[in-house]
Design a protein around this ligand. Structure first.
Ligand code: ZN
Length: 70
């Protein structure tokens, strides 16, 4: 797996989750406000970092399917 920049969207989704994206995700372009998490080679580390900021975090099903919860 390659290193990517990860972000978490600052708006909660209808599922109650905050969503983590890679910097090159097309879905991230729709996110109005985002917080930079860091440069990781896996989504788990990005999720862990995002969990320090928001209570419920899930990976985007497009760019981070391995961390998508539902
Ligand atoms: Zn994404």
């Amino acid at each position: 797996m390659s290193y990517k920049h990860y972000y978490v969207g600052d708006s909660v989704l209808s599922t109650g989750d905050y969503e983590v994206h890679t910097g090159d995700c097309v879905e991230l372009a729709r996110v109005e406000s985002k917080t930079y998490l860091g440069y990781y080679d896996n989504c788990q580390d990005a999720i862990r970092k995002a969990s320090d900021i928001y209570p419920n975090v899930s990976g985007c099903k497009y760019c981070s399917p391995g961390c998508h919860r539902r």
